[in-house]
Design a binder for this molecule. Structure first.
Ligand SMILES: Nc1ncnc2c1ncn2[C@@H]1O[C@H](COP(=O)(O)OP(=O)(O)O)[C@@H](O)[C@H]1O
Ligand SMILES: [Mg+2]
Length: 499
C-alpha cells in the first residue's frame, strides 16, 4: 500500500494501480506525487518524467539522461511531425514510408530526404518532399540541441528525467520512447507522467498517446503502473481515463471544470462539485470504487503527528507551508520557482480580467449607442415642449383623454386637467382630432377638420375653429405643421370609455 496522508487522523493508503492526480495548479499535485514516490513497494522502481518548466520534481530522485529511441517508424514519425506542425501529412505519408527504412535513425531519414530532393523527381512529389524536409530538419536540429541517451537505465529506486527544457517534440518523443522501452524491457516500474493532456490528447493521434494507451491496457500484467497528472482531465483521451482505477482529486475553481472532472471517473463516487471546489491546498479526495476520502497529503519532511493534526483541522496548511519554507530556506531554486509560478498565476488572472473588461466595454458601447438614440428623442421632445410653451425643462407631459359616450376628458397631467364634453364646440373638435384626423407628420388642414365635424352634425364656424386651433397649439395640445396641425406624436393620449 502507498501512503498518501491522513483523513480525520486516519492514514490513507492506496493500492498500486493506474492512478490519476488532477487539481488546479498550485494546489499540491506534484507534492502528492512526490509523497507517493516515497512509499513505493520494495520491489518497484519509479521513473518520473519531469516535463514542466520550471521543474516540479527536482530532487525527487536520481537524475537520468533523456532517453530517445533513435529508430524511426513511418507512422510514428508522421504523427510526431503532424503534431508539431499542425499539418495533415496524408499526401506526404507515402513519401515518408519510402524515406523510413526499418530502424533508421532520424538523421538518416533527414539525409535521405535531402538526397531525394537533389534527384530528378516529379514536381508534385518534390513539393511533398519539401514539406518533409523542412519538418525533419527542425526535428533533427532540435535533437542536436540537447544531450540524449540511447539507453534507459533505472539504476536508483526513484529516477527523474529532466525534460523541462526540451523542445515540445523532444518531450513527445521521450515520453513515447520511455513508455515503449519500459513496456518492452522492464517489469515493476511506476511511470509518472505530468501534464497528461499534452501527452494523451483526446483529439489527435500522437506517438505518446498510443504508447500510454498500450501501457495502461497491458502494463498491469507486468507490474507497470502509470501515475498520471494534470490540471484537468478535460481533453484527455477517454480510453486512457477509463483504465484509471484510483483518482486523486484536488481543488478546481471553475464549476464546469469540477463537473467535467467528476464526469470522467469511470466508477461511482457520489461526489458533488462543491466537494472539490472547496478543497484547500494540499487536500485531495482520494477516490476508489469503494468511495472517496478527503485527505490531507503529507508532504516529504512533515511529521506524521503534524499531518494528522492538519487532517483534523487542528493545524492549518499555512502553518505547514511556513514550516517547510523554514526548512528549505537555502533552496533558492524553490523560492525562484514559487515566485515564478505566483507571477505566472497573477498574469493569467490579469489576462482573464482584461478579456472580461474588453467584453464589458463592447456591451457598454452597444448600450451607449441605444442610449444615444433615446437621447436624441429626449432632446426632440424637450424642444417640442419648449416650442409649444408647455414646458421649460424636460418634464414629461401626458394628456389623458377620456371618452364617455360623447364626453371627452382631457388631463394634462402634472399641470392641469382639461375636461371636455362633446356638448361644447371645443369638445367636439378635440374628439374629432384625437379619433378621426390622420396622424401623418404633415398634419391636416383646418378645412378637413371642419368637414369631419360636419359628418357628426357639428357645425362650427371657421373662425371659431381657427381661433381654437391656434390657442391649442400655444398650449401644447397641437403642433403647427405645413398643412395645418397635428397631434404631438410623442405625447400619450389615453382615451377611456366610462360607463
Ligand atoms: N500537502 C501540502 N501541505 C502543505 N503545503 C502544500 C501541500 N501541497 C502543496 N502545498 C503548497 O502548495 C505549493 C504548490 O504545490 P505543488 O505540489 O507544486 O502544486 P501543483 O503541482 O498542483 O502545481 C507547494 O509549494 C506548497 O507550498
Ligand atoms: Mg505540479
Amino acid at each position: 500500500m502507498i501512503h498518501i496522508g491522513y483523513s480525520k487522523g486516519l492514514s490513507v493508503d492506496i493500492s498500486l494501480l493506474h492512478t490519476i492526480v488532477a487539481a488546479q495548479t498550485r494546489y499540491g499535485k506534484s507534492t502528492t506525487i512526490r509523497t507517493m514516490m516515497q512509499h513505493i513497494p520494495d520491489n518497484y522502481k519509479a521513473l518520473c518524467l519531469d516535463v514542466k518548466d520550471p521543474r516540479d520534481f527536482a530532487g525527487a530522485g536520481t537524475e537520468i539522461p533523456i532517453f530517445i529511441e533513435n529508430k524511426t517508424d513511418p507512422l510514428m514519425l508522421k504523427q510526431l511531425l503532424e503534431q508539431e506542425s499542425h499539418l495533415w501529412l496524408r499526401r506526404e505519408f507515402p513519401e515518408l514510408i519510402d524515406l523510413c527504412k526499418e530502424g533508421d535513425t532520424f538523421e538518416k531519414v533527414y539525409e535521405r530526404v535531402n538526397k531525394r530532393m537533389g534527384e530528378k523527381v516529379h514536381p508534385v512529389v518534390k513539393d511533398r518532399l519539401k514539406v518533409l524536409q523542412l519538418l525533419l530538419r527542425k526535428l533533427v536540429e532540435n535533437m542536436a540541441t540537447i544531450e540524449l541517451s540511447d539507453t534507459l537505465e533505472l539504476s536508483a529506486k526513484n529516477n527523474v528525467m529532466n525534460l523541462s527544457k526540451a523542445p515540445g517534440e523532444i518531450k513527445q518523443l521521450a515520453v513515447y520512447s520511455v513508455v515503449k522501452r519500459v513496456l518492452e524491457q522492464h517489469e515493476h516500474v511506476i511511470l509518472v507522467i505530468d501534464e497528461l493532456p499534452d501527452f494523451a490528447p483526446q483529439q489527435y493521434r500522437t506517438p505518446s498517446k498510443s504508447m500510454i494507451g498500450q501501457a495502461i491496457r497491458k502494463g498491469g500484467a507486468k507490474g507497470i503502473w502509470l501515475w498520471l497528472s494534470g490540471q484537468t482531465m478535460t481533453g484527455v483521451d477517454k480510453q486512457v481515463l477509463k483504465q484509471a482505477m484510483i483518482w486523486i482529486l484536488g481543488h478546481q475553481r471553475e464549476i464546469n471544470e469540477a463537473k467535467r472532472t467528476l464526469d470522467q471517473i469511470p466508477f461511482k463516487t457520489g461526489l458533488k462539485v462543491e466537494d472539490i471546489m472547496t478543497l484547500p491546498v494540499g487536500h485531495f479526495v482520494v477516490c476508489t470504487d469503494e468511495g472517496g476520502y478527503i485527505t490531507y497529503v503529507q508532504p516529504e519532511g512533515v511529521k506524521d503527528e503534524i499531518a494528522k493534526k492538519v487532517s483534523l483541522g487542528e493545524v492549518s496548511v499555512n502553518e505547514v507551508v511556513e514550516m517547510l519554507k523554514k526548512g528549505k530556506k537555502e533552496d533558492d531554486d524553490l523560492i525562484y520557482k514559487e515566485k515564478y509560478e505566483e507571477e505566472k498565476r497573477k498574469r493569467e488572472e490579469y489576462e482573464k480580467t482584461i478579456t472580461q473588461l474588453k467584453d464589458e466595454k463592447a456591451t457598454l458601447e452597444t448600450e451607449l449607442k441605444q442610449l444615444e438614440a433615446l437621447k436624441a428623442f429626449g432632446a426632440a421632445l424637450e424642444n417640442f415642449l419648449i416650442e409649444i410653451g408647455a414646458a421649460t425643462s424636460s418634464q414629461t407631459t401626458v394628456i389623458d383623454l377620456e371618452h364617455r359616450d360623447l364626453v371627452v376628458n382631457i388631463h394634462h397631467e402634472g399641470e392641469k386637467e382639461v375636461k371636455m364634453s362633446t356638448s361644447t364646440k371645443e369638445g367636439q373638435m378635440m374628439y374629432c382630432i384625437v379619433n378621426e384626423m390622420p396622424s401623418e407628420d404633415e398634419g391636416w388642414a383646418q378645412i378637413d377638420l371642419i368637414k369631419k365635424l360636419q359628418e357628426h352634425g357639428w357645425n362650427i364656424k371657421q373662425s371659431t375653429v381657427s381661433v381654437t386651433l391656434s390657442k391649442w397649439a400655444a398650449e401644447g395640445y397641437l403642433i403647427k405643421t405645413e398643412r395645418g396641425y397635428r397631434l404631438p406624436t410623442k405625447v400619450k393620449f389615453n382615451i377611456k370609455k366610462e360607463n
